[in-house]
Structures are given as C-alpha cells and as structure tokens.
Design a protein around this ligand. Structure first.
Ligand code: ATP
Ligand code: MG
Length: 422
C-alpha cells in the first residue's frame, strides 16, 4: 500500500484521489480554505483530510512534515497552478519525492522558462518581458507582429491576447488596464511577474503529456487544441488524440522532452504546449502539471486507459505502463461559453442535449434557470465521441447549436470540421 498525499485538488484531481482509494492506497488530502470554498468536486474519500494554507510554504511544510512523520509519504500529487510551486518547495525541504522545486519555478514563470530554455539552446518564440504597459509598443517592435501578450505567471488564458498590429496592441493595452483594475485580490499575483510579449507562432497547437521518471521520458498523450472562431488565444477545448504525420509527431515529442530536461521537470506528468510552426515544433507553454479537467475522461474514452492510474504510477516513481492503450476513436472536449453577458432562459431541458448519441459526458457548471452569466464563463463541458476527428467536431457544433436554442443564449462556436486540416 502506498501513502499518496494530495494537495489542493481540482474536481478532476478529486477523481484521482478516488482512484487511489480504489487501488487500495492510503490517501491524505491537504486543502486550502480557498479550494474548500470553491469545491463542488464531491467526496474525496480521503482517509485523512486537513485544512491548511497551501500558499504559505512554512505552514504547508509544517503540516506535511507531521503527516510524513506519522505515515511516510510515497507520492505527492498537486495539479493546481496556484499552489504547485509551494508544494514543490515543501517537498524539497522534507526530502519527499516530487518535481524539483526549481523545475516547477522555472515552468510557473513563463518569462523565466523562455530564458532558461533559450540558454539551453531549445527553440522558443522571440520574446520580451516588462512590468509596464507603457513599454509594450517599444518592445513589440523587437518581437514583431503578430504577437501574443500573456502574464508571465498566468494560467487559464487569463489576460492573454493576440495583437496583429500596433493598433490592436493599443486596444489590448486598454483592455489590460481595465481588466487589471478589476482583478480580485486573490488573482493579483498573476500580473505580479509582469507580461511577456511573444512572437505568435503560426501553426497547429498540440499538447504533449510527458511522463518523466528517473531520467526516462514517455509521451502519454498527444492532444490537439481548438480555439474560438473569434480569438485564437481563447481555448475552446481539446481533441484526443490528435493524429500527426509520424515525423512531426516524433519531433514534437523530442522537443517536449528537451523542454522538460532544460527546465528541470524531473518527476511527474507535464503538459507541454507546442505550436508546429514553419521552423518545426516550438514550445509556447510548459506546465509543471498534467493536462486539465475533462481531458482525462476524454483520454479514457479514446484509449481505454484510466489516466489517474498513469498519474499515480508516475508520482510513485514508476514509469507508467502504456502498452494497455488501444485506439477507440476520437473525443472532442468542448467548453460551452456565452458570447456576451446574458441571462439563461427560464425554461429548458438539458436531458435532450445530453442524450445525443455522440455525447458521452455533459458537465454542467453554471446553467441554471434565469441565472446571469458572464461572457466567456465556462457554463458546461461536453465530451463528444466520433470515429474520426471531423465527426466528433461536427457533433460538438451540433450540440452547441442545440444548447443555444434550448437555454436561449448565444454561445461561442469553434472551427467547424471542414476547417481542420486532419
Ligand atoms: N507564441 C504563441 N504562438 C502561437 N500560439 C500561442 C502562443 N502563445 C500562446 N498561444 C496559444 O494561446 C494559448 C494560451 O496561451 P498560454 O498557454 O501561454 O496561456 P495560459 O494562461 O497557460 O492558458 P491555458 O491555460 O489556456 O493554456 C496556447 O495554448 C496556444 O494555443
Ligand atoms: Mg497554457
């Protein structure tokens, strides 16, 4: 029996905890008051649950130290951007195995990641860093257009915009001034590290889930990303798996491996986002954690393998066994996002939507009668299965259209099947 310590789990992370219990492990859960307040994740089934401030390295180290003394911890899992860095530092202080703190710190700061990668000779987009919005226009000249602006310590596409010209850049600066002023205090740290202005790499973006254990690396999944028809920085969901020409696929995997190596991501499963540009694969984001949310369920539908098992194996120091994977078609994960601030209709029936044959899962986060919703708030996620990528994508479009009609509000649409290259 292993003792797996989980910290600040997102709802999909709670499913990893449940799986750890099913697999017969001892499970301890440390959760911040903030995550508890957010939580709609269901019962963790943990043997012990402890509340602790996970953003205080001192408090977290103290709590973890007590747990480790009583029952030595064999694996630690935290997939939450907001506290993963503190977890890594606490693990290092206590001698508990987890991703090296320097690796997590390098990856959590996109500016630092670019500097470390460039110094190691890994291809990165041209970039510049500043904390002052007033310096954007000058720096943009050295980076060139189109470019993308993103907070160095950001996540979830927050405050992330593309600009194709100086005029668009000026509009983005105005938007950022406004949005920065409205940021809740708990999100201020996102802009604390300044902004990155980065060359926009034209090309398909894929995510590689790289498992790293004792110097060995293995790509667990290669998934595609769809963006909204209106804004290429706003993720609309994923395609699992994405099929790439063999050489392109192996180049992307090799690049993702170099990225992990150079950043110091030495133990864990890492989501490495790569744009396949004219000069080959170029990393656009390296996450010190696995891919998010429903993509894990999509992975299981498409391969027959439970991704939580792969995570549990990896963080216990064992290279996961991928030979069990089979090819069960393609799954599109699609976010349901309102196009405008609006109200959900008073009368609707979601059963009609969820019973669509291709729809394997429909998770409702915020569709309630009469509720006021914000533009681009994630109202729901749907998983659509097809024997080809194109059929799964068209099912996602059809479901979006039906849902719009049912709940009476306009939703964001994605690239339609014919626009996709493969
Ligand atoms: N330099 C780039 N060239 C091309 N596309 C990019 C670039 N940077 C970002 N993108 C696109 O924008 C998305 C969001 O950027 P990034 O991953 O850096 O931000 P994030 O805050 O981590 O968002 P998310 O959580 O959605 O990944 C990327 O997944 C990618 O599709
Ligand atoms: Mg990202």
């Amino acid at each position: 029996m292993k003792h797996v310590l989980f910290i600040d789990q997102t709802p999909s992370g709670v499913a990893t905890m449940q799986r750890a219990k099913e697999n017969g492990h001892r499970v301890t859960y440390i959760r911040s008051p903030e995550v508890r307040a957010l939580s709609n994740a269901g019962d963790s089934n943990a043997d012990v649950e402890i509340e602790s401030d996970t953003s205080s390295v001192k408090e977290l180290t103290g709590t973890m130290g007590r747990i480790h003394k009583e029952h030595p911890v064999t694996a630690v899992i935290n997939s939450r951007d907001a506290s993963i860095e503190y977890t890594a530092v606490a693990c290092a202080q206590l001698g508990i195995s987890f991703t090296a703190a320097v690796g997590v710190q390098n990856a959590r700061n996109k500016a630092r990641a670019r500097q470390v990668l460039a110094a190691a000779g890994v291809d990165v987009p041209r970039f510049a860093v500043t904390t002052h919005l007033d310096e954007f226009a000058g720096l943009a000249r050295s980076v060139g257009y189109p470019l993308v602006i993103k907070p160095a310590c950001g996540y979830g596409s927050l405050l992330c915009y593309r600009a194709d010209s100086l005029l668009e850049l000026r509009m983005v600066i105005e938007k950022l001034r406004h949005e920065e002023a409205q940021l809740p205090a708990s999100w201020r740290h996102i802009v604390g590290g300044g902004y990155l202005l980065e060359e926009w790499v034209e090309g398909e973006v894929v995510s590689i889930q790289m498992a790293v254990v004792s110097g060995h690396k293995e790509a667990l999944a290669v998934t595609g990303r769809t963006t909204t028809a209106e804004d290429a920085c706003i993720g609309l969901g994923s395609v699992v798996p994405v099929s790439l020409p063999r050489k392109v696929g192996s180049d992307c995997i090799a690049h993702a491996g170099e990225v992990c190596e150079a950043l110091g991501l030495d133990l864990g499963v890492f989501d490495i986002e790569i744009a396949i540009g004219a000069r080959g694969p170029v990393v656009v984001d390296a996450n010190p954690r696995r891919m998010g949310g429903e993509v894990l369920s999509a992975f299981e539908l498409a391969t027959g393998v439970n991704f939580h098992d792969l995570l549990l194996e990896t963080y216990s120091g064992q290279m996961p066994n991928c030979t069990r994977m089979r090819n069960d078609g393609f799954v599109v994960v699609r976010k349901m996002l309102p196009r405008f601030d609006a109200h959900v209709g008073e009368v609707f029936n979601l059963e009609k939507i969820a019973t669509m044959r291709e729809c394997k899962k429909f998770v409702n986060y915020g569709i309630q009668a009469g509720r006021r919703v914000k533009r681009l708030e994630v109202l729901a996620r749907a998983l659509l299965h097809g024997s080809t990528v194109a059929s799964a994508l068209s099912a996602a479009e059809i479901l979006t259209l039906r849902l719009e009609e049912e709940i009476g509000l306009s939703l964001v649409h994605g690239p339609n099947a014919s626009q996709l290259k493969r």
